[in-house]
Write a protein that binds this ligand. Structure first.
Ligand code: BGC
Length: 765
């Protein structure tokens, strides 16, 4: 792949001669050299210049280019975000070099969440791959493309564990599980930062949103989080910590409050936990406008107070608000913010710029002007092959009655649904640098893969929704959803007519990408009525009905599960999504994705997640009892459990074999199963290990994912999968907030999803 060819070029990039003076030189990228350099630089800086370093500015209507030029001239800006082309970035860095007193380079950041120019599946889809190599490919390609656009930093990975699909931002994360999110987040950090964020084709990462943003009450955006310290540290903190241990240079602070204190004014969070306990040395960045919001949160009385509170609480850079430059000079003058506090914040910013290699070469990711791409969106800049491969792995087969799938590459196929030919929606949330017209829809993918062997009839069938209020919401900032003006029945009739002529129907239904995004919480996670009407009409034709779902959160699909013959969950699959989906629909690729979030039956069940506590009265479906923990008007448990996903072949898992009945603190016990492909096709599946601490000083979850392995097997082939377990997998924060494993018995569960497992046990001595 292209990016591989460039690995290692970084070190050889020559310093531009004009810059080999002043602050620039061949500075060794070591912490000692950095600390000496930054200390020296701080002595040369005025208070205003230090404050300038703390400001993170987005170019836009509030800050037009001319205004930014003036800020740069006066040393009033530390970094820029939302500017994504080399010429634009170069122009600003040129201004720093030409106009500012100390020529301290800017760094440039962007939300590279699931790709830059090439858009990969949304993070929830990446998590569905249960494949760390796949996730690393995404990290590496994204970093390559971002750095190739001149960027130095990304606001990723988003590692907020979330168990509430009402929250639109579950689309950006890796799902409900602590361990899965931790390993996925760590893989992204390692892949994007490479050996060093200073490498030519690496970028620095920002682990976000610190902390526990994914647990907002009711799944309502920007809301409140309140939880026990045990739950916080056992379930929500590990992914952030994993990302930082992997070396992430930055942390973005959440917009939520945590136990009554907004994260942006929480010194315990940002200093005691992050710096003192975890030893984080990078920068903390507030989220968009978060400093101002402290007033509305009620922890600051006015704008000046908000700045004081934020700086003193440990926020280093302020994203997108003008308050730091307005009020910090006075606060420092009065001593309300001490010089030492200001220096500390500025030092962190300068440190990361040093770590990015910007004091060696401020044009690190830009190269000479002549090398700028002629066309930023050129096809040749995309990594389509990688995108198609990754997208295939992100697809989850939820249902396949009587082998409806794969489809035959012959006969007539009706392709219908509001999302079947929607390029915009295929890209999902946070895909700002991707180009809509370069994205392959499901319809196009089907045409590409089936060629002229299949007679394809297309009808839109329905709008995503006919609810005008929701359409207006989705189109508030861009014309994202185009409504077909025809009456709903006319559209349905057209789709039904196509279905009647076809051998099978593929209906592409779900959410518009804007429904699963920041600021997109829903109270109803069923399909919109317009699409339900379409599905009912298609079902009535009696033709085999395949639902291809595009959505950014688990949906409640009880009805659709009954109606459809097959269901393929595709999330928002990115630039090559349509081709990858067609590869799976026609059986060129056997699906192997697994769900990283449980699918509830209804909103009323939320939160529904597999790693819950047992309670004193667990519900037992074999022996139903009124006085147990359940809802009486709904089947217990999810519709599709965590870790679930089918294949075109079948697998069986043997009983669990333990290498020993006991585990000692310094030792290892191996849990093994033999997995067989019992079907007729080659295929891959994900073998999952879950543990349960049966009796402890506090209740522990009924199951916790601790390892997985993806295995590929030919028909009839069998493989032994062995998971080594050591004491670290058993540790937790107890009632006294001591992190340790307690002796006693542990259940071991191994299976191909979290619900259907084989069981054994061992004892920790
Ligand atoms: C989001 C962040 C994002 C930032 C910059 C905010 O609104 O909460 O996740 O990184 O905008 O785009």
């Amino acid at each position: 792949m292209k990016w591989l060819c460039y690995a290692g070029i970084a070190a050889s990039l020559a310093l531009q001669p004009a810059l080999a003076e002043g602050v620039f030189g061949n500075h060794p990228l070591t912490p000692e050299a950095r600390d000496a350099f930054v200390s020296e630089l701080l002595t040369k800086m005025t208070v205003d210049e230090k404050i300038g370093q703390l400001r993170l500015i987005s170019v836009g209507p509030d800050n037009p280019k001319e205004a930014i030029r003036e800020m740069i001239k006066k040393g009033q800006v530390g970094a820029i975000f939302n500017t994504v082309t080399r010429p634009d970035i170069r122009a600003m860095q040129d201004q720093v070099m030409a106009l500012s007193r100390l020529k301290i380079p800017l760094f440039f950041a962007f939300d590279v969440i699931h790709g830059q120019r090439t858009v990969f599946p949304i993070s929830l889809g990446l998590a569905s791959s249960f494949n760390l190599d796949t996730v690393k490919t995404v990290g590496r390609v994204s970093a390559y493309e971002a750095a190739d656009d001149g960027l130095n930093m990304t606001w990723a990975p988003m590692v907020d564990v979330s168990r509430d699909p009402r929250w639109g931002r579950v689309s950006e994360g890796f799902g409900e599980d602590t361990w899965l999110t931790s390993v996925m987040g760590r893989a992204i950090v390692e892949a994007m930062q490479g050996k060093s964020p200073a490498d030519r084709y690496s970028v620095m990462t920002s682990v976000k949103h610190f902390a526990a943003y994914g647990a907002v009450e009711g799944g309502k955006e920007y809301n409140t989080v309140d939880m026990s310290p045990q739950r916080l540290f056992n379930d929500y903190m590990p992914p952030y910590k994993a990302g930082l241990e992997a070396g992430s240079g930055a942390v973005m602070v959440g917009l939520n409050s945590l136990n009554g204190t907004p994260a942006s004014s929480d010194a315990w969070l940002l200093k005691t936990v992050l710096r003192d306990k975890w030893g984080f040395t990078g920068i903390t960045v507030s989220d968009h406008g978060a400093i101002k919001e402290l007033i509305k949160h009620g922890t600051a009385s006015d704008p000046k107070d908000a700045v004081r509170v934020a700086v003193k609480s440990g926020i280093n850079m302020s994203m997108s608000d003008e308050y730091y430059s307005k009020y910090l000079p006075e606060l420092v003058k009065n001593g309300d913010v001490t010089l030492a506090e200001l220096d500390d914040a500025a030092r962190h910013v300068l440190n990361v710029k040093y770590d990015m290699g910007l004091f060696n070469d401020p044009y690190r990711h830009l190269g000479p002007k002549e090398s700028d791409p002629q066309d930023t969106n050129a096809e040749s800049r995309l990594h389509r092959e990688a995108a198609r491969k990754v997208a295939r792995e992100s697809l989850v087969l939820l249902k396949n009655r009587q082998q409806t799938l794969p489809l035959k590459k012959s006969g007539t196929l009706a392709v219908v649904g509001p999302l079947a030919d929607s390029q915009r929606d295929m890209m999902g949330s946070w895909s700002g640098a991707g180009t809509i017209s370069q994205t392959v829809t499901v319809l196009q993918g089907i045409r590409n893969v089936a060629g002229d062997k299949v007679n394809i009839l297309y009808a839109k069938g329905a709008n995503v929704t006919n609810h005008q209020g929701i359409v207006d919401f989705l189109n508030q900032y861009e014309k994202a959803v185009v409504q077909d003006p025809r009456p709903a029945q006319e559209m349905i009739d057209e789709a039904v007519a196509a279905a009647k002529q076809a051998d099978a129907v593929v209906a592409v239904v779900g959410e518009a990408q804007g429904m699963a995004h920041e600021a997109s919480s829903r109270t109803d996670i069923t399909l919109p009525q317009s699409q339900r009407d379409l599905i009912a009409a298609l079902k009535a034709t009696g033709k085999p009905l395949v639902l291809v779902l595009m959505n950014g959160r688990p949906l409640a699909l009880v009805k659709e599960d009954q109606q459809a013959d097959a269901i393929l969950e595709t999330w928002f699959a990115g630039t090559e999504g349509g081709n990858a989906i067609a590869d799976v629909l026609f059986g060129d690729v056997n699906p192997s994705g697994k769900l990283p979030m449980s699918f509830p039956r209804s909103v009323g069940q939320i939160p529904v997640y597999y790693s819950h506590l047992n309670t004193g009265r667990p519900y037992n479906p074999q022996r139903p009892n009124k006085y147990t923990s359940r809802y009486f008007d709904e089947a217990n448990g999810p519709l599709y459990p965590f870790g679930y996903g089918l294949s075109y072949t079948t697998f069986s898992v043997s009983d669990v074999n333990m290498s020993a009945p006991t585990l000692t603190r310094g030792g290892i016990v191996n849990a093994s199963v033999s997995v067989s492909n019992t079907g007729k096709r080659e295929g891959a599946t994900v073998v999952q290990l879950y543990l349960q601490d049966i009796t402890a000083s506090m209740s522990r979850p009924v199951k916790m994912l601790k390892a997985f392995k993806k295995v590929n097997l030919k028909p009839g082939e069998r493989a032994t999968v062995t998971f080594p377990i050591d004491v670290n997998a058993l540790k937790f924060w107890n009632q006294q907030m001591i992190y340790d494993a307690e002796p006693g018995k542990f259940n071991v569960f191994i299976g191909l999803d979290s619900a259907r497992v084989k069981q054994s046990e061992f004892e920790l001595k």
